[in-house]
Ligand binder design. Structure first.
Ligand SMILES: Cc1cc2nc3c(=O)[nH]c(=O)nc-3n(C[C@H](O)[C@H](O)[C@H](O)COP(=O)(O)OP(=O)(O)OC[C@H]3O[C@@H](n4cnc5c(N)ncnc54)[C@H](O)[C@@H]3O)c2cc1C
Length: 460
């Protein structure tokens, strides 16, 4: 192993490779309930060529490699199950190109959501990208590698993985490849019309290669922004209410939520509708159309719009929503898990009831809700469970709730998203056997020595 350390030092420099106990401790765990496993080395590459040399070495020596961005996935997907190298990509954070005309940015894989957002605000203020509500240190590559979603997912085309215009990837055998238009011509503007190889690296949790560059779509940043908040007590009305808002085509982001705290909101569901516009008139018109779409509910007094005081409004207008990060630590002690199940909208009432039943029976707190993806093509339904990591009994309860929630989400006809290894196994068991076999064949071809993020998407 000393020779491996020496070789890694030659590739990235002594300052960027470590096998120190404290470093291994930090990289052995995340904020969730998954068991820690220490890596043998933590490596911070500075270029695609260095990634290629590290992965090439790992492949020859059959050493596991776990790519890591912000390490904020929560479900243990960057915990090195079999030791080996954690490849922390955060040094590779250059913003390489912003194409204002063709609306895309090309960034190195370690570029964080916050960095790209700040860069665009400063240098290309008419444009923005879709931000998840994750803390801003989450990376663009880590987010698309798990099919993340964010504040433009409803209005601008769905999951962030659908906003990818091209990738540069180091394959598990060390070769550097480019996918999308950038493979053939200079621009990173499109995946079509070529055979779509980008999908081989999206949703695979870093098991098929290391993404080193991402082309990501940019969208207009209208200067006017407002929010409407619609409240109801009737869980069964949620799909209809959400569809009415979606069908107006006037909302940028639509989020639905319910939680037992604060007390005055207990028993209510809140639909938060963010609207952007190029003028006061457009903003007013959009709000009017959305209000009209829900006339039936407020005329029958079944539901209504909540007046939003200015201090609360400021919170609702934040992108990303800091409220979620605050809720994540509501139990103190830094533990947070959520099952995000990708499911059809009509399942939302059942998912709410299931989440309340599971948490009530197990005795933990929760926040439940959904972000609309695409024009209602699906929802990311979150069952969010904060906990205190210093309280072993609470950790055990949340682990049980997660397991039950994954099973319930599948039974309801949803699919757990970015799920931990046990959840991946549940999905694989339910998957069509031919599809499972195809996944396995692809892994075999790309990663003959099975070095990439072992344990994830393993067909037993
Ligand atoms: C409070 C809170 C709110 C959140 N809200 C959202 C939200 O609104 N939307 C959302 O999508 N997510 C959300 N998340 C979940 C998660 O934090 C994000 O999806 C985040 O973007 C993941 O990025 P990361 O850089 O932290 O990825 P990591 O955790 O580092 O990695 C995620 C996965 O991608 C792989 N990976 C990372 N980098 C690479 C690479 N370069 N090449 C190949 N594979 C790679 C890893 O091996 C791992 O399997 C939230 C999390 C928290 C704590």
């Amino acid at each position: 192993m000393d020779q491996i350390h020496e070789r890694l030092t030659e590739i990235v420099g002594a300052a960027y490779v470590s096998d120190a106990a404290e470093e291994k401790f930090i990289y052995s765990r995340d904020q969730g309930v998954q068991e820690p496993h220490a890596p043998d080395y933590v490596v911070l590459p500075g270029s695609a060529e260095e990634v290629s040399a590290v992965v090439g070495l790992a492949n020859r020596e059959k050493i596991p490699v776990v790519p890591m961005g912000g390490g904020l996935v929560l479900s243990g997907l960057t915990i090195p199950q079999k030791g080996g190298i954690v490849l922390d990509m955060k040094r590779m954070n250059r913003i390489i190109e912003v194409n204002e005309k063709s609306h895309y940015a090309v960034v190195e894989a370690g570029t964080s959501q916050g960095m790209l957002d700040a860069y665009l605000k400063k240098h290309h203020s008419a444009l923005k990208h879709s931000l998840p509500d994750a803390p801003p240190v989450a990376t663009i590559a880590g987010n698309i590698a798990i099919h993340g979603s964010g504040h433009l997912s409803q209005s601008e085309g769905g999951f962030h993985s659908e906003m990818v215009t091209g990738l540069e990837v180091v394959l598990p055998t060390g070769e550097l490849v480019r996918l999308g238009s950038c493979s053939t011509v200079p621009g990173w503007f499109s995946r079509a019309p070529l055979p779509d190889l980008v999908g081989l690296f999206l949703g695979w949790n870093g098991t098929t290669g290391v993404i080193t560059k991402v082309g990501i779509k940019l969208y207009p940043r209208p200067p006017y922004h407002d929010v409407l908040v619609f409240m109801t007590e009737d869980i069964d009305a949620a799909p209809d209410i959400l569809c009415r808002i979606i069908n107006t085509g006037m909302a940028e982001d639509i989020n639905y939520a319910l939680a037992p705290k604060p007390d005055y909101l207990n028993g209510f569901q809140m639909t938060v509708i963010n609207i952007t516009a190029h003028s006061e008139e457009e903003l007013g018109m959009k709000k009017k159309i959305i209000r009209e779409s829900l006339r039936h509910y407020f005329e029958t007094k079944e539901a209504g719009f909540m007046p939003v005081p200015p201090n609360l409004k400021a919170n609702f207008l934040e992108v990303p929503q800091k409220a979620l990060s605050k809720f994540a630590d509501v139990r103190k002690g830094g533990g947070f898990e959520y099952v995000g199940a990708i499911m059809p909208l009509e399942k939302i009432p059942q998912a709410c009831r299931a989440g309340m039943e599971i948490t009530g029976r197990i005795g933990i707190t929760y926040s439940l809700g959904a972000r609309i993806i695409g024009r209602g093509h699906s929802a990311m339904f979150f069952f969010a469970y904060p906990f205190n990591r210093a309280d072993a009994s609470e950790v055990g309860k949340v682990a049980r709730a997660l397991e039950e929630t994954n099973e319930t989400a599948l039974k309801l006809g949803g699919i757990p998203w970015k799920t931990e290894i046990s959840g991946q196994q549940l999905i694989l068991r339910q998957m069509d056997p031919q599809t499972r076999e195809l996944m396995e064949k692809i892994r075999g071809v790309l990663d003959p020595n099975r070095i990439m993020n072992p344990g994830n998407w393993e067909v037993a």
